[in-house]
Design a protein around this ligand. Structure first.
Ligand code: GCB
Length: 598
């Protein structure tokens, strides 16, 4: 049996007006609202609060204009400059480079209202808190910088011209997810596409179709309709599958059927099937792959065969230009580099990446680790923080559960062990298992050094997670590269080991002796020692070195070396491969050949 009924999180103050997520937006009828949006910088939030700091009924969401010469209106969207959506604001305007605060956006669009059609505004991601106003009315508030959301606007749209205004606030919050302290750039704005989805009054809101846990040929899942209907039809034409799924009064129905001739998805053969789902007048098409993933003892198995994850970690940092990546082209370049390095796996760090990344990886045959930004020191004892983390996990799994290349949901990164933290993370891990029993659940934990050069994992979360995944920087933050040759790794748990980060920094083009930090030679040497150490690690089932490309981070201030970039990339921010890239490429070529022989 797959996950129980998909229960959307109750709308709370932070997520007011948000509708349950609609599955497979790329497969729907949409009107794109991307393009140039007018914007007004609001450093003092005076478009929102009046001078007594109360919410102003005449806020900028009203989009007012002076009608007569004597009228006083001290803002004007018509004469304001524009920002491109999707896109972070920091890299579009010099004055916005370091801006953390509020910006108001406006976009006008035309709509032809047709019969009983229902409409939803869909936002791929807006960082971090976003208030949405349509035609002068507040219709939603969303918190979370990397997860998609939609708002039903059927009753708020006008036939003809409509005005959409967003107030976007990217200030970091101590109680936020992530919190104020991260090692990546806080790019603000409407960072992913915006669209208007049109569906019939009765429609298929959501579905989950994957192989049943433990089965190589039984497809199972559920459907969730909206608006009242009794049946959903599922067709997989290539397999001659036609299934009729009965739904209950809540619009929910489960199914299970055998598919004997199924060709399973794998990195070597990323086979996807066209799947057509019909619910009354609503038809949605998706491309879906089927595979199994298991952790048994110290090994991972993909489709029943032993799997070694030849991975790399990736930030959603645009290739060549820096800034937030969002497009299909960005995804193809980044993932293409991972393929060139002989990867079959990518860790999407440290937050939910855009859907292009996930879908392109699936087409290219790259397995994925997908993660939410429970990073370092979020507030473990704050229930609102927990709910925020839950709703982010829910929308991550909600959006991507049919992407078969995702094999691991990660609930956190490098969080300090304490009781409240373990309670918080256990609840998250349980939620992930409950929502999706078909995949593995992990987190990037931290190693522990015992006397005598013994390295181990001593974290109560290791018992709750399916993989012993942890970050380790022996040779960079912990000693020098030669230390890799001396340490001995020991694990008491009978689970697959996964090194979710290792590595060190180098400025591309900076050369010198191998003991000179930040030279390509140092990084190359560190990678050689690290690979030697990994080769000896018992139960190692994969790794994702930190990181594919250099990325912006305010923590990295060393002039002439870092200049605002974390330099641990195997490829520079300009797209040039560093010497260490070839160490990994060569090692992975060997691992690939070994796997092929098995
Ligand atoms: C880590 C973090 C990652 C940092 C990296 C570093 O352990 O998980 O977010 O960027 O180290 O470069 O220090």
């Amino acid at each position: 049996m797959l996950a129980a009924l998909w229960l959307p999180f109750a709308a709370d103050a932070a997520n007011m007006g948000i509708s349950p997520l609609i599955q497979n937006v790329p497969g729907r009828q949409t009107q794109s609202l991307d393009g140039h949006w007018k914007y007004i910088l609001d450093v003092y939030e005076l478009g929102y609060y009046n001078y007594r700091m109360a919410e102003d009924a005449n806020g900028w969401f009203r989009d007012q204009k002076a009608q007569r010469p004597e009228d006083l209106v001290e803002y004007n969207f018509d004469t304001a400059p524009t920002l491109h959506v999707p896109g972070d604001w920091n890299t579009q305007e010099e004055e916005l480079f370091n801006y953390e605060g509020n910006i108001w956006y406006r976009q006008k669009f035309q709509v032809r209202l047709q019969g009983a059609e229902r409409k939803f505004l869909y936002f791929g991601a807006v960082n971090y808190i976003c208030s949405v106003y349509l035609n002068g009315r507040k219709i939603g508030v969303h918190e979370g910088g990397f997860n998609p959301f939609d708002i039903e606007v059927t009753n708020y749209l006008k036939d003809g011209e409509n005005t959409l205004i967003l107030k976007v606030d990217n200030r970091r919050l101590t109680e936020g997810v992530p919190t104020v302290n991260t090692d990546w750039y806080n790019y603000g704005g409407i960072t992913r596409s915006v669209s208007l989805i049109g569906v019939p009054s009765v429609f298929l809101r959501d579905y989950f179709i994957q192989l049943k846990k433990g089965s190589a040929d039984t497809v199972a899942g559920w459907v969730q309709t909206d608006g009242g209907t009794s049946q959903v039809d599922i067709e997989i034409p290539e397999l001659k599958v036609v299934q009729h799924v009965a739904v209950n009064a809540d619009g929910y129905g489960t199914f299970e059927f055998k598919c004997n001739k199924l060709v399973r998805w794998s990195p070597d053969n990323p086979k996807l099937y066209k799947v057509r789902l019909t619910c009354g007048k609503d038809t949605v098409e998706d491309e879906i792959g089927f595979r199994t993933i298991e952790a048994r003892g110290k090994k991972l198995y993909l489709n029943g065969e032993e799997l070694f994850c030849r991975g790399v970690a990736l930030h959603e940092e645009a290739p060549f230009r820096s800034g937030r990546a969002w497009s299909r082209e960005d995804a193809m370049v980044l993932l293409g580099w991972a393929k060139e390095m002989n990867c079959n796996f990518v860790r999407l760090a440290h937050y939910q990446h855009n859907e292009n990344m996930v879908r392109e990886a699936e087409r290219m045959g790259l397995l994925l680790w997908a993660e939410i930004p429970c990073y370092w020191t979020i507030q473990w004892e704050n229930e609102a923080t927990f709910e925020n983390a839950c709703s982010q996990l829910e929308t991550l799994i909600g959006r991507d559960k049919n992407r078969t290349n995702i094999i691991i949901w990660s609930v956190a990164n490098e969080t300090p062990v304490s009781e409240p933290r373990t309670a918080f993370m256990t609840r998250l891990a349980d939620l992930a298992h409950q929502l999706d029993p078909t995949r593995l659940v992990a987190a990037a934990m931290e190693k522990k050094e015992l006397p005598g050069g013994i390295m181990t994992l001593d974290d109560p979360m290791a018992d709750k997670l399916d993989v012993l995944s942890f970050n380790q920087y022996v040779g960079w933050y912990d000693g020098l590269p030669e230390k890799c040759d001396r340490v001995v790794w020991q694990f008491s748990q009978d689970k697959p080991v996964f090194i979710s980060e290792f590595g060190g920094g180098a400025l591309q083009g900076y050369h010198g002796p191998a003991n000179q930090r930040f030279t390509e030679e140092f990084q190359e040497d560190l990678y050689r020692h690290s690979v030697g150490m990994l080769e000896k690690m018992e139960g190692l089932s994969g790794c994702s070195p930190w990181i594919l490309t250099d990325f912006r981070s305010p923590r990295r201030v060393l002039v002439d070396i870092q200049d605002g970039f974390n330099r641990k990339g195997l490829i520079s921010d300009k797209g040039i491969r560093k010497a260490a890239f070839y160490v990994m490429q060569e090692w992975y070529a060997r691992k690939k050949a070994e796997s092929a022989k098995k």
